[in-house]
Design a protein around this ligand. Sequence first.
Ligand code: ATP
Ligand code: MG
Length: 260
Amino acid sequence: MEPDVVVEMHGISTRFGDMVVHDNIDLQLRRGERLGLLGGSGSGKTVLMREMIRLHRPSSGYVEIFGERLDDISAPDLQRLRNRCGVLFQQGALFSDLSVYDNIALPLRELNELSEVLIAELVWMKIKMVGLELEVAELRPSELSGGMIKRVGLARALALEPELLFLDEPTSGLDPVSSERFVDLLQSLHRDLAFSMVMITHDLHTLRDLCDTVAVLADRKLVAHGSLAQVRQSDHPFVQDMLCGRRAARVLDTGTDADG
Ligand SMILES: Nc1ncnc2c1ncn2[C@@H]1O[C@H](COP(=O)(O)OP(=O)(O)OP(=O)(O)O)[C@@H](O)[C@H]1O
Ligand SMILES: [Mg+2]
C-alpha cells in the first residue's frame, strides 16, 4: 500500500558557509494535506522546499518522499519520484526563449515516452485547466502579465498530473483580484486532482482559503506547526505579528474577506 505520509524530513540542518539556515528540522506531510509554510524573508522557506525534492542537499538529516529516502537514491530513481511532483517556482522559472506551449510541453517531452500528438493534447488540456486563452500558447514569457506567468508556471507544474505539488509564493506580485482568482483556481484543481501540497506564502487570504495546516519557520527552527487555530496559539513574536495582529484578525477571523 502507498504510505500515508508523502513527505518526511528528519533532522534537517542546512548551512551555507558559517550561516546556519535550518537547525534540526522535522516535518511531515500527509497524503492530501495542504501545508502552508510561513516565515520571514531569508528564513529558509525556499531552501527547505528545494530540499524536499533534492534540488538542494541538506547539510545533515534526510528527506523521504513517497516513503523513499532521497539521500542515497540513484539518479533514475530520483527522476521517477520527481515525475510524481510538480513545482511552481518563486520567480516562475519559465524559459524565456521558449513559447508558453513549449514551456508546458517540456516536462512531457523529457519523459521520452509520449508522441507529439499526445503531448499536444495534454498541453492544450493544461492551458484550459489553468484558465488561459488558447492564443497564449504562442507567446513568450516576456509577453505575459504576472498573473499569466503564474498560470503558465502552474500549467507546467501540473503537466505530469502530480500527486505532490510545491508552490513558492504562488500569489505574490498579483493584484488582489488576480490573487483571489488564482486561489479559486487552486481550490478547484485540488478538489478535482486531490494532490498533496506544500505552499510558501505570506498572503493571509491564500493561507486561510487553501491550507489545512501551517508550519512557521523562524530562528532556524519550525517554531509552530499544526492547524491555523493551533499555530495562532503560539506566543512566538513572528507568529504574533503575522497571524494575531488586527490586520490578521480581520482576514483570519472571518470566513469571507472583511477587507473588501
Ligand atoms: N545557494 C545558496 N548559496 C548561499 N546561500 C544561499 C543559497 N540559497 C539560499 N541561501 C541563503 O539562505 C537563506 C534562506 O534563503 P531562502 O531563499 O530559503 O529564503 P526564503 O525564506 O525563501 O526568503 P524569501 O521570503 O525572501 O523568498 C538566505 O540567507 C539566502 O541568502
Ligand atoms: Mg523564497
